[in-house]
Design a protein around this ligand. Sequence first.
Ligand code: ATP
Length: 375
Amino acid sequence: MSVDSRETSAALEVDGVVERGGFRLAVSATVEPGEVLGVLGPNGAGKSTLLRALAGLTVLAAGTIRLGGTLLDGEHLFVPPEQRPVGLVFQSYRLFPHLSVLDNVAFAPRSRGLGRRRSREVARGWLERLDLAELADRRPAQVSGGQAQRVALARALAAEPGLLLLDEPLSALDAGTRLDVRTLLRRHLEFFAGPVLVVTHDPLEAMVLCDRLLVIEGGRVVQQGTPASVARHPATEYVARLVGLNLYAGRLDPDRGSVALDGGGDLAVTPTAEARGSNRVLVGLRPSAITVHTVRPEHASVRNVWAGTIESLELLTDRVRVNVEGTPSALVDVTPGAVAELGLGPGQAVWLSAKATETDAYPESASTRHTAEVS
Ligand SMILES: Nc1ncnc2c1ncn2[C@@H]1O[C@H](COP(=O)(O)OP(=O)(O)OP(=O)(O)O)[C@@H](O)[C@H]1O
């Protein structure tokens, strides 16, 4: 079987509107052959709605979906799901429990009309590529979560789709397994020459698996770009939290080198030349660049000093993330030792400080420009 067939090397172009009850999703995006696009967004943003539209489970209210030159939806045409060259891997994998791993994968070519022997040959090829050959005779209940995920991927690929859709492919796995499977999945996706969309909630998954990210909020695309550009210059509060950054919007006074924040308070910044030319800016500040004090610090060199109250503390792997309510509010990362030493706890009044050189001030419209650069 060839993975370089014409069908598997065409770009996906979607430019449309999907309506679901009172919800409206508007998306315009192109995914190149071989490119892995991560679709991110908070709950209810419209990620599944997008996958459903691509798979043909929901009809577009307006616009078009094209795979290569072929129209799948729009202009009074609608290709039903069973006729779309689309492979869909669900969160739950949905393997057939009564069939062996081999026959689960052979199911796809069999449904395309291949004979039993030929279907099994095709399936064996995919099991080998995905390092599953030894599990061919097992039932889904006799393989691990990570292996089941790979069987589901093998089954989707065995159908020779032109477009691959993965809906939270690793969410059913425990944290330890997820780490290994994520790396393997990235490698296995290289066997697929067409465009891939991966819906995920996990920022690390998005960074490792995806070439480009599409962030949806409230049915709208708020940011598109490479993982690095999105992490560097998040366009919204949600994206900033996702990549673990404090983000503030405000008005820059280039002469004073400070930003009057929309939510009150101001921050001394060292604006880039690009930011100097714009009135509205976003200021990124890493939680590890902020220091917590129990008494007001008196360092003349630190221009940003403000008061706040600890809302909550959350233990991360090697740090404690302190959520401080103030003007502005901030997430601050400290060591567990510092929490003990300073006796930090919820409800406590604290002082925060951050150097102006630790801030990253960029034009509010930067994310839109990133989109133009990378798409
Ligand atoms: N069957 C339905 N009928 C009507 N509206 C729906 C239906 N399913 C979802 N919605 C609405 O559509 C919107 C988008 O839902 P969608 O499932 O696409 O979001 P999502 O980004 O995938 O969320 P999650 O991360 O929670 O899975 C939500 O506001 C939801 O209330």
